[in-house]
Design a protein around this ligand. Structure first.
Ligand SMILES: Nc1ncnc2c1ncn2[C@@H]1O[C@H](COP(=O)(O)OP(=O)(O)OP(=O)(O)O)[C@@H](O)[C@H]1O
Length: 308
């Protein structure tokens, strides 16, 4: 996949002296959905703002489809749509008009068929004549997306698109994103919801304290760092882990009714078969077994913990 957005060694020091980005490198591929995960204050919004030309980087280089975001600002900006975190809309304007207005601001010629298409895509067509103030919060968020798409950008940034929306609407939003991807739009979204990254991203980037810790295909990340946990429920509680099982690094549940074994999903030998036979030899009776794959959430917490 060709690179559409290239971020090289970008730094940002705010006037206060705070270093929000500490040498970020990021290559965003054409047509992908990249989720940027990070705790509050990690630098996600700052990074997006520097790519969109809202904030000037203190150092480094950013290009969008080869256009430098500083020296070739207009060309770069015309390829980008940005859906900001905060709802910033004209309350008295009608939905259709506010979207058309956004297109006009980019100096694009009128294209009613295109506007109609995005309003349909975002399920806003029926609301086209409603005033923005009459819409629900979720609908307003859709209007923000429609505005961001009004000038036919190739790259769409969504800063926390589902913050404060209910579960139902969050799923709708994921469908919207999937449709845009099918249309060839590259999508970068920041999120606090790990399940969101897990559900819709092709690649996941983790950012913390102004540094990118990793960017990887979601599946690779889960496989590389994922561990499975096997919980062995016992017939009778054990006070200690028997010496014969010491090599397995087992954990004992608080009540002693279960032993927990962690293993790498990628290794060819999990060690489960020998563990179960050693368990029997040690005289422990098994009641039940459960396995659990670690989620992106576990991986994220581990990564950020390591960094601290
Ligand atoms: N204009 C500013 N002046 C000084 N510091 C700022 C400014 N804007 C942001 N910061 C600081 O830079 C850091 C990164 O902020 P940023 O908004 O990029 O984080 P974020 O990852 O988007 O966080 P959140 O998840 O809370 O939106 C924070 O510590 C923030 O306080």
């Amino acid at each position: 996949m060709p690179t559409v957005v290239s971020v090289e060694n970008v730094t940002k020091v705010y006037d206060s002296g705070f270093e929000a980005l500490k040498g970020v490198d990021l290559q965003i591929e054409e047509g992908e959905i990249l989720a940027l995960l990070g705790p509050n204050g990690a630098g996600k919004t700052t990074l997006i703002s520097t790519i969109c030309g809202i904030t000037t980087p203190s150092g480094g280089k950013i290009t969008v489809a080869g256009h430098d975001v500083i020296t070739d600002y207009r060309a770069a900006r015309s390829l980008i749509g940005l859906v900001p975190q905060e709802l910033s809309l004209e309350p008295f304007e009608k939905v259709m008009n506010t979207v058309k207005l956004s297109r006009g601001l980019f100096g694009k010629p009128k294209n009613d068929a295109y506007i109609e298409k995005i309003l349909h895509q975002l399920s806003l067509w029926d609301k086209r004549s409603a005033k923005v103030m009459e819409l629900s919060g979720g609908m307003k968020r859709r209007v923000l997306i429609a505005k961001a798409l009004s000038h036919e950008p190739r790259v769409l940034f969504l800063d926390e698109p589902t913050a404060g929306v209910d579960v139902e609407l969050r799923k709708d939003m994921w469908d919207v994103v999937a449709n845009l991807k099918a249309d060839g739009v590259t999508i970068i979204l920041t999120t606090h919801y790990i399940e969101e990254a897990e559900a819709i991203a092709d690649r996941v980037g983790v950012i913390n304290q102004g540094r990118i810790l990793l960017v990887e295909p979601k599946e690779d990340l889960m496989q590389r760092m994922g561990q499975k946990r096997l919980t062995i429920e016992l017939q009778d509680a054990v006070a200690n882990i028997p010496d014969a099982l010491a090599s397995y690094d087992l954990m004992r549940s608080g009540d002693g009714m279960a032993l927990i074994y962690s293993y790498e999903t990628t290794s060819s030998r999990t060690g489960i078969t020998t563990l179960l036979s050693d368990l029997q030899k040690a005289g422990l009776q098994m009641k039940d077994l459960q396995t659990r794959q670690s989620s992106l959430e576990d991986i994220f917490v581990d990564l950020v913990k390591e960094e601290a």
